[in-house]
Design a protein around this ligand. Sequence first.
Ligand code: HEM
Length: 436
Amino acid sequence: MAQRETPARPPGPRGHWLTGNTRAYEADRIGFLRRCHRAYGDVFSYDEQTVFVIDPDLTHDVLARTGHSFVTELAPFDMRRDLDEATTQATAWMSARRATWPGLNLAAAAASDDRTVEILDAVTADGASREVDVLTTMRAFTARAIAEYCFGADADGVPGLLHELIRATQPFTESSYEFPAWLPIPRHRHFFRASRRLTDALTGIVRKRRAPDAGEPGGDLLGFLLTADPAMPDETVTSTLHSILMGGHGVPAAALTSVVWELARRPRLAGDLRDEANGAASGDDLPSDPVPAARLPLAEAVVRETLRLYPPAWLMTRTARTATTLGDWSVGPGDDVLLNAYLIHRDPRWWQRPDEFDPARWLSGRPAPGPAYLPFGAGPRVCLGSALAMRQLTLATSRLAQHVAVESPNASSVALEFMGRLAPAGLRARFPPRRK
Ligand code: HEM
């Protein structure tokens, strides 16, 4: 291709003169993006301010430049697009992030194995004799699991507040239309109220633990943050835990819903997972003991493959802070760049039989096509909870297969919903216990 002298904006569909591409996108989000990908290639413009990227290397390039040329997603209704303010907040967050990382690593995550399984058992027991909405059930599990990981015995009340905040966030993720934050419309009021209630509750727990008569800091993530060196101000501890609770709740629940979807449609796979769990239990374990996640390679492969086919964070957003380039193309300050993990994960250029659910591809010993697999993102803002998430999801997948039958009346008819967090929409199931 001839070298262009000045980088140009990427091509893209012109859309309707008034509504642009919004209606076509809203009618079938992934169908629209596939059509654009076929017509315009790996980088295309959606409108004057939005560019989609479906190239793995360019995606990594953008993610790696977060903090310099790009900032992370702004609040859904933040139309002022204050890029300097976003950059200042990001700098503060990066130092809190570094301090928090060891509290979420593999060794720290392993300490929560027993509780993870107890919480899952309790939540699925609700679906033992009646049909439940799977996403709601999995949210109940992940909300309780992450709340206890952060606050141990002080977690009561937090899962309810998380549900409320997720509900309040939903209208923003379901629509591409934005309204300025100052508009006192119900969705904004609901969101601010729910967010404040969660912050108030977290502030209360942090203060209680910081009080002179509070005793030992505790073995949970809050205890870890309270003993950080250098010390973290209470406000930073609270906002860090707020981010972890939000990141560690809705996204893993969506992933587990997709795991349940696969288990419901694949009784043979569920049987293999059961064999693995039974074989991995050591002679000293009680039948109710959870099997250490490290002894569950098939369960881990099922999780990896689920995250490939159904990445809950199917779109990641970055906003250009300055005029910059995307490979051969240019974007301007304030432009949004949307990175599409879903289409990269299903691209035949990087994956054999890309649409086939095949956990064995993770067991062959061959390395995965590195840049083309990014369920946890990449770069300086890669998922902070990826080690904990892999561990919890692996254990949960194994436990579900071992302890319950997954009976779904609609697993063969539901479809993926490309909104907010990717998951099969409206999946229902019963979880009757398996006879020992
Ligand atoms: C299946 C499970 C999970 C998946 C697929 C996932 C995926 C992701 C992705 C893709 C990002 C980066 C988003 C971006 O770059 O725009 C992210 C960020 C984040 N995740 Fe996760 N996540 C999962 C579980 C968790 C858990 C369990 C926690 C909490 C312990 C967590 C906490 C976070 C936080 C705090 C961030 C923001 C990091 C930052 O901006 O610096 N995630 N996650």
